[in-house]
Design a protein around this ligand. Structure first.
Ligand SMILES: [Fe+2]
Length: 251
């Protein structure tokens, strides 16, 4: 029988060819985004060695008890992190969530991220910074300042659904994931996080727009579309490494 190239190998080969290693890599072109998104759209759990978990698993707390602003996230079971590939130009990995597990609001500075929900339901809330930056200094001890961000998406995605792409300045570069049922996300990050290159992951709390009155008018009835984000210390997200059981990649 002829050796058929696995989907994940095709995706890997494409990323390796397209993503460049420069100090500040430009976001991928729209052609590359389109092609990679459509490759990812067709990936099933079986293609990456995953079995769909029992979606009736209700060991967690469910979404209904979550504060709409993520001040009191509930970490239920740990999230499993499966490393598929890591290089200077891109990272491919899978996050496997039990019900109610949360990856709190965080950013992807200068990065483009493709996220394909493989199975289950995931609540995604994402923001982009308002430009030019609107900052309010705070006298509180909790944080020194808050910055205005615009809501891009706040909804539950259920697989099968299209690959979501976030860019350095659009598409919801700051996001928070909450598992509504057991679910798994295949992520491709380009370039990967690298603190020395200014690509550090920072975590945030979001506060309703009404928390910090400003003179800037955002338009009546639009308050819901904005939030103030305050930088916080990296929360202790329970994450454990797992073993990727999909097809091995040929370099
Ligand atoms: Fe992320």
């Amino acid at each position: 029988m002829a050796n058929k190239t696995s989907k994940i190998q095709t995706i890997y080969d494409f990323c390796k060819k397209m993503f460049s290693l420069t100090t500040i890599p430009p976001p991928p072109s729209s052609h590359v985004v389109q092609k990679l998104s459509s490759l990812l759209d067709s990936v099933t759990p079986a293609d990456v060695g995953l079995k769909e978990e029992n979606v009736d698993d209700d060991r967690g707390y469910g979404l209904s008890l979550l504060n709409p602003f993520n001040r009191a996230p509930r970490w239920a079971q740990p999230i499993t992190y499966l490393d598929i590939h890591e290089s200077d130009t891109f990272t491919m990995c899978i996050f496997s969530f039990p019900t109610s597990a949360v990856i709190p609001l965080h950013d992807h500075p200068g990065m483009t991220v493709f996220s394909k929900l493989l199975y289950g339901s995931l609540h995604v809330k994402a923001y982009d910074w308002v430009e030019p930056p609107q900052v309010v200094q705070s006298n509180g001890s909790e944080y020194s300042q808050v910055r205005l961000a615009k809501l891009v998406i706040d909804k539950v995605l259920t697989a099968p659904c299209e690959t979501r792409v976030l860019y350095p300045k659009s598409g919801g570069n700051l996001h928070c994931f909450t598992a509504v049922t057991p679910c798994a996300v295949l992520d491709i990050l380009t370039p990967p996080y690298l603190e020395d290159a200014g690509r550090k992951c920072t975590y945030y709390h979001d506060y309703p727009y009404s928390s910090f009155p400003t003179k800037e008018a955002i338009g009546d009835g639009k308050e819901e579309e904005y939030a103030w984000l305050a930088e916080i210390e990296a929360p202790n997200v329970q994450m454990r490494p797992g073993i990727y059981a999909g097809p091995s990649l040929l370099e």
